[in-house]
Design a protein around this ligand. Structure first.
Ligand SMILES: Cc1ncc(COP(=O)(O)O)c(C=O)c1O
Length: 366
């Protein structure tokens, strides 16, 4: 038996919607299914401005452009992060300043942010790992006190909330991912959430290759032209058709994943594990240390159970060593990421008991 780590979710309606998109004959980013997906996302996130994008990576790149990040600017984030969060800002010449994480959630430790702020700090990027929220009250207070905008990397966060506010809608800007590994997906896709009115108009221009095509389509100018920098960040209508089908099932997917996660929380007897499960996007345990993680992975792989670790801290990766700075002590980032192990989790997952039984047996014997 082989238990895969992830099975990308499908609803059964994707083909119907793809056929409908083809029949409508509109394939680029301004079609019917872009509208239905954006509408559904507005309903889920309760934010007024949602722009579908080709990926979360590109939504984050748009954030860096919207914040006018340039050479010499600094951006604060945690180093236990996906490379896109750092690259979006590094691409514009920013220096990435890392601070340590909270070992329980693996999210940025808000207590460490203020010490990393300098006169060059232009943004604070927070990533809600596994759809479990960062302490947004604290982070917003720091942001307001120092007038530094907050970007939320909410790649993992569809249907995840902080005090009833959808993640990605609390900072100035937020980014969601609809990559095939996420709870809701369209192969590759993302969305930019704009929570600060001042970025709204320019965001559409950036997505439309630096043109004012949107206002042309609305009939407000008679020709559209080059008005700013920009790129091709709009989502194809085919991906959007697929995404609409997925978004219609968001609650069902979330509940099913949360059931699996809760089962893991209840049954696993391990050195440490997730307690707060968010939207059930990721479930991780912590092994004793890295050597123990390797042993457990081999043990599980021999039983056909596919498990995996996650981010290699950015500050210790080859590009990060040369191009970033870690502010303060790396007390938890390296240690905790090297013992973190992710377990299979997907909506129709029936084998959780095999996994927790195998892991509990491993720790009973060792
Ligand atoms: C935290 C985080 N941010 C951003 C991304 C990039 O997402 P995308 O593949 O949609 O560009 C990922 C991808 O997994 C991620 O984990």
């Amino acid at each position: 038996m082989d238990i895969p780590f992830n099975i990308p979710y499908t609803t059964g309606r994707e083909i119907e919607y793809l056929e409908e998109a083809i029949a409508k004959g509109s394939f680029s980013s301004c079609g019917y299914f872009n509208q239905t997906s954006e509408e559904k996302l507005r309903e889920i996130t309760k934010t007024s401005e949602v722009l579908l994008t080709t990926s979360c990576t590109h939504a984050l790149e748009m954030c860096a452009i919207l914040l006018d990040i340039s050479e010499g600017d600094e951006v604060i984030m945690s180093s236990f992060n996906f490379v896109s969060a750092a690259n979006a800002f590094a691409l514009r010449g920013a220096k990435i300043v890392f601070v340590d994480i909270d070992p329980g959630s693996m999210n940025i430790n808000p207590d460490l942010i203020e010490a990393a702020i300098t006169e060059n700090t232009r943004a604070i990027l927070v990533m809600h790992y596994a759809g479990v929220p960062c302490d947004m009250d604290r982070i917003k207070r720091i942001s307001t006190k120092h007038s530094i905008p907050v970007v939320e990397d909410a790649a993992h966060c569809i249907n995840s909330y902080y005090e009833r506010q959808h993640l990605g809608t609390i900072g100035d800007l937020g980014a969601l991912s609809f990559h095939a590994t996420k709870n809701i997906h369209c192969g590759e896709g993302g969305a930019l959430l704009i929570n600060n009115e001042k970025y709204k108009e320019r965001a559409y221009i950036l997505r439309d290759k630096g043109t004012n095509r949107r206002i042309f389509m609305q009939g407000n100018v008679d020709k559209y032209s080059w008005v700013d920098v920009g790129s091709s960040y709009g989502l194809s209508e085919l991906n959007a058709a697929f995404l609409t089908a997925q978004l219609e099932n968001v609650d069902d997917v979330t509940i099913k994943r949360q059931i699996v996660a809760n089962d893991y929380v209840e049954k696993l007897e391990v050195p440490a594990k997730m307690i707060e499960i968010g939207n059930g996007h990721i479930f991780f345990i912590k092994c004793i240390d890295e050597a123990d993680r390797i042993k457990l992975m081999i043990y599980l792989n021999q039983k056909g159970i596919n498990v995996t670790f996650h981010y290699v801290p950015l500050h210790s990766s080859s590009y990060g060593i040369k191009n970033s700075k870690f502010c303060g002590e790396d007390k938890f980032t390296t240690k905790e990421s090297s013992r973190l192990l992710r377990l299979p989790i997907y909506p129709e997952f029936r084998n959780a008991s095999l996994i927790w039984t195998a892991i509990n047996n491993y720790y009973d014997r060792s």
